[in-house]
Design a protein around this ligand. Structure first.
Ligand SMILES: NC(=O)c1ccc[n+]([C@@H]2O[C@H](COP(=O)([O-])OP(=O)(O)OC[C@H]3O[C@@H](n4cnc5c(N)ncnc54)[C@H](O)[C@@H]3O)[C@@H](O)[C@H]2O)c1
Length: 305
């Protein structure tokens, strides 16, 4: 059995990781931890977990095989550092940190200790994203849109690192290194909230464009890969339209496929558990997600220049 510890019992732990990890026959959840003792108590009861630890150090003392970190983004550097210092492999939700320097330092720290530090960029494992990538293996242009009906009150830095990073990471991954910003625009409203962001990236053999807008009347995301005589368009991670030499086909999910499968969480967790003790094999090891964090930091620097 893989002995798993979980720290951070908020929204994403509740909807994704607690249900998936507790149902996984390979996994024993040896303990959970959160700054909120009532959350530890609540999820301990719900999932019949024995090890309930308001203090992270007490959970680390159990020496789990891997720690799943789902705490707020601002706390990632501190919490991940403590887990790595204890010599424990880590999976942490994206972003690795809310700034490039700390993200790079965490990746270096894990590498120096020979530990796995996996970062939860789940869209890379979404089945439709994988299908589109296989259908258009050599795209010349990749585009993403990410629209939301509501403004978000998070500071701009967190909006870029928490939210826009989903698009930036997909694009950087699909382009391959090195990636540079060709142009970018970030617009805030009178309250400092992100209104919209758009830009062009250049990779070794292709270009990419991203558009993200808040308060635009629809919650929607799309990914389009434009290649030679081929185009694949993924909508809401749910459906792929494939055009090959003018012919069109559609691929959709089965009715009973779960949302967590569609969004890539199932495949991502499978992959991470398979890579424990073998950090070099992990596709989402920290050093392999750093490009998107650097691009996010550069976007913010261009905006404030
Ligand atoms: N991949 C995705 O689609 C996705 C979706 C949502 C959130 N996330 C990421 O997951 C992370 C958590 O987001 P959330 O929406 O669940 O946040 P949340 O605020 O709902 O939950 C965070 C939890 O962490 C706890 N916490 C904070 N600091 C802590 C510390 N130092 N030690 C122990 N516990 C601590 C809080 O008490 C809270 O229970 C963020 O980094 C976010 O970017 C990813």
């Amino acid at each position: 059995m893989i002995r798993v510890g979980i720290v951070g019992l908020g929204y994403i732990a509740r909807i994704a990781y607690l249900p998936l990890l507790s149902a996984d026959p390979r996994v024993e959840i040896v303990g959970i931890s959160d700054l909120r003792p009532e959350a530890v108590e609540h999820y301990g009861r719900q999932y019949r977990i024995q090890g309930l630890y308001p203090r992270l150090d007490d959970l680390l003392a159990l020496r789990p095989d891997v720690m799943f970190v789902h705490t707020s983004t601002e706390s990632h550097t501190e919490v991940v550092t403590r887990c790595l210092d204890a010599g424990i492999d880590v999976y942490v939700d994206k972003p690795l940190a809310d700034n490039w320097a700390e993200a790079k330092a965490l990746a270096d720290h894990a590498a120096a200790r020979g530990l796995l530090l996996a970062v939860g960029v789940n869209r890379r494992f979404a089945q439709h994203v994988r299908a589109a990538r296989a259908a258009v293996p050599d795209p010349v242009i990749v585009t993403t849109t990410r629209h939301r009906t509501e403004y978000n009150h998070l500071p701009l830095r967190l909006m870029v690192f928490n939210d826009l990073l989903h698009s930036l990471d997909l694009l950087c991954w699909l382009l391959g290194d090195p990636v540079e910003i060709v142009s970018s625009t970030v617009v805030t409203d009178g309250h400092g909230r992100l209104s919209h962001a758009l830009g062009t990236l250049a990779g070794p053999t292709a270009h990419a464009q991203f558009v993200m807008a808040r308060h635009v009347g629809v919650d929607r995301e799309s990914l389009v890969l434009h290649g030679s005589e081929r185009l694949a368009e993924v909508t809401d991670l749910d459906q792929t339209s494939l055009f090959v030499e003018g012919r069109h086909s559609t691929v959709a999910f089965g009715m009973w496929d779960s949302l967590l499968e569609r969004r890539g969480f199932v495949g991502m967790i499978d992959h991470v558990l398979a890579c424990l003790g073998r950090p070099a094999e992990c596709e989402i090891a920290a050093e392999r997600v750093l490009t998107s964090h650097r691009i996010a930091e550069e976007l913010l620097a261009r905006h404030s220049a």
